[in-house]
Ligand binder design. Structure first.
Ligand SMILES: [Zn+2]
Length: 293
């Protein structure tokens, strides 16, 4: 990791290209110093980035990135924030602002820039049974997404997880996140999650601890379990043959939440796993590599 020492420079370091490493900032109107640590060099479309803020007497912190204000949370002596990039966001360089306030009421900020890179998404043709033709109506997709989006806009301040997320079953990814999909040569869509190989009847495990916020049949996702992991992180498992949890239930990491299947808009048995961070769908295969607090 590269390290910059910028201790006595101005508070707002506009124009600096942020990269993985420690950045030290000091507010012009406060005696407080704080370090900003980025765990990433750049973010691809659909990626999640983790940022840490370290310093004494910090009372709170927020991030402003891609027009979204994100709350930071304390754990293990530092404050932590998650950045997420919408899969459709135009690649380029965007400002990242870190706002910190201290127990004596003073405030400080740091401003840098983060590169957003192309996600390199592939195109796939998907064929579903003609009996499922009603699932090719754009309105069905829109209504289901709107319902999920309303849930994702609720951010739970509690962090349920403890350690990194794990795949819901030990299997390989078969279809990547973000793919452009053409269903039955009729409807274009984007893949909101990543698919894992698995025959029908396989037990599926909670990727991390959390609270079940949906456990019911949806049109596109079929039998669906959605878990709120806290700090704005949600994960969902779709196309299940059986649901083994109920809404409101607290689940532990590795607990069986359902059985794989092929319900909803599915071309055959597989496991669709999706994760949303701060209201954006993100790539689960990248998220599991993040060293979460
Ligand atoms: Zn899928």
């Amino acid at each position: 990791m590269q390290r910059w020492f910028l201790g006595l420079l101005a508070a707002v370091l506009i124009g600096m290209l942020a990269s993985g490493g420690v950045i030290r900032a000091q507010g012009s109107q406060t005696a407080h110093e704080f370090d900003v640590v980025l765990d990433f060099d750049a973010l691809k479309q659909g990626n999640t980035g983790l940022l840490h803020i370290q310093g004494t007497d910090i009372a709170g912190a927020r991030l402003l990135f891609l027009n979204r204000l994100v709350e930071c949370y304390p754990a293990g002596g530092a404050w932590h924030g998650l950045l997420s990039v919408n899969m459709e966001y135009t690649p380029g360089t965007y400002p990242l602002e870190v706002l910190v306030w201290f127990q004596d009421g003073s405030r400080s900020s740091w401003e840098g820039q983060v590169s957003v890179l192309d996600g390199g998404f592939m195109r796939q043709d998907v064929t579903i049974g003609s009996d499922l033709g009603y699932l090719l109506e754009p309105e069905v997709d829109r209504e289901e997404r709107a319902r999920l989006q309303a849930i994702f806009n609720q951010v739970t301040q509690l962090r349920y997880w403890n350690g990194p997320f794990a795949k819901p079953l030990d299997a390989e990814f078969t279809s990547p996140f973000g793919a452009w999909r053409l269903y039955n040569s009729a409807l274009w869509g984007r893949h909101t999650g990543a698919d894992l190989r698995g025959p029908a009847g396989t037990p599926l495990l909670a990727p991390a601890a959390g609270r079940v916020v949906l456990a019911e049949r949806l049109d596109v996702r079929g039998n669906y379990v959605l878990i709120d992991h806290g700090w704005g992180v949600y994960s969902g498992l779709a196309h299940l043959s059986e649901i083994h949890v109920t809404r409101g239930q607290i689940v532990q990491a590795g607990q069986v939440v359902g059985i794989s299947g092929s319900t909803g808009r599915s071309s055959g048995p597989h496991i669709h796993w999706e994760i949303a961070v701060n209201g954006e769908w993100v790539d689960p295969s990248q998220f599991i590599g993040i060293n979460l607090p």
